[in-house]
Design a protein around this ligand. Structure first.
Ligand code: TXA
Ligand code: MG
Length: 325
């Protein structure tokens, strides 16, 4: 775990235009001062992310969020009161403070108040906003420990604050409040049912039309190994067939699912929250163990299971340059 002097060092790095690895309750972020365009461009360079894909601005509290937006509708106030600090990102019309480098030149900006104590301490000490995408290389699996960040980004990010493993394990829910018709752009730690309960109306999940929402790209959140989604009933036979064909195959499944002998295995809790918490580390572990194919049995149920299924669908999608459809 990081201590107070590391926190102070992180604040100094951010003030002088550098980047730091930052724990949040969802996944680790790669943070830079959101008002410093050069620092923000460094994030894109380190991640290998297209420069027109917008970033989320993280602030210490709802009051601090107001500076970055030009409208704060009643829905924003209600959702902020209910879920901040926490795994919720709000998309609102941007204020002039939000630079093009962060918004990708769009007229909206994404803001969130993270719940992790170390992130909150950093943002309070800094007194500003940090732009922070997940601290992985573009298209890969998001990091949920400081070691994941170091493994992905290494020497390019000299300081990674260590806040332990992330409690939620998948990225924040993104809600678009910029058009009067609230909609979920990315499922995450807060479910559509929770949002609907607070707003008193159904909040649909809308696929963002713009490819600039990188989390909405077909192939994303993907490990090196090929990912195949299978049902709990089918996994034994499929794993055995691949094993017999000489494929280095592993199963990733809820505890209650049975896997055949002679294949790798990584079990996750049956409950969706536990499954979400362990998902990214499991994909990384199976990659590190050299498996060529990961057969994934999804968790059952609602809530954060929706976010897990969204990420797994993208992890399993055909990869650019991989040939075939
Ligand atoms: O949980 C999280 O949200 C993590 C932690 C570090 O806070 N961050 C994260 O950032 O997942 P990133 O950059 O990996 O994903 C941010 C998503 C992208 O899909 C991006 O396109 C979308 O937010 N986004 C950012 N600004 C937007 C905007 N103005 N309108 C629509 N989508 C936006
Ligand atoms: Mg990401």
């Amino acid at each position: 775990m990081s201590n107070g002097s590391e926190l102070q060092h992180a604040v100094e790095i951010l003030r002088s235009g550098g980047v730091v690895g930052l724990p949040t309750e969802t996944v680790y972020g790669l943070a830079a001062d959101a008002t410093n365009e050069l620092a923000v461009r460094r994030i894109f360079a380190i991640k290998g992310r297209p420069s027109d894909h917008p970033l989320i601005i993280h602030v210490a509290d709802a009051q601090a969020a107001h500076a970055w937006v030009r409208a704060w509708p009643a829905e924003a106030e209600a959702l902020a009161r209910a879920f901040w600090p926490g795994p919720l990102t709000l998309v609102l019309p941007r204020s002039p403070l939000a630079p093009d480098a962060v918004t990708g030149g769009q007229d909206t900006v994404a803001v969130r108040v993270p719940g992790h104590p170390l992130a909150r301490a950093l943002l309070s000490a800094l007194g500003g906003g940090v732009a922070a995408p997940s601290a992985n290389r573009f298209g890969g699996v998001s990091p949920t420990t400081a070691a994941h960040v170091r493994a992905d980004l290494g020497a390019e990010v000299p300081l990674v604050l260590d806040g332990g493993p992330c409690a939620v394990g998948v990225e924040s829910t993104i809600v678009d409040l910029s058009s009067g018709e609230p909609a979920v752009l990315r499922p995450g730690g807060i479910s559509p049912e929770q949002l609907s309960a607070v707003l008193g109306r159904t909040v649909p999940v809308r696929q963002a039309s713009s490819v600039r929402v990188s989390g909405s790209l077909a192939s994303h959140y993907a490990p090196r190994a090929g990912v195949e989604l299978v049902s709990a009933d089918a996994v034994r036979r499929r794993a055995a067939a691949l094993r017999d064909a000489g494929v280095k195959v592993a199963g990733l499944a809820p505890d209650s699912v049975a896997l055949p002998a002679g294949v790798g295995r990584h079990f996750l809790p049956d409950d969706p929250a536990g499954y979400a918490r362990g998902l990214y580390a499991a994909l990384r572990d199976l990659d590190a163990a050299g498996f060529e194919r990961i057969l994934v049995v999804e968790p059952e149920g609602g809530g954060v299971a929706l976010a897990v299924k969204d990420r797994l669908k993208r992890a399993a999608a055909p990869r650019p340059g991989a040939g075939g459809g």
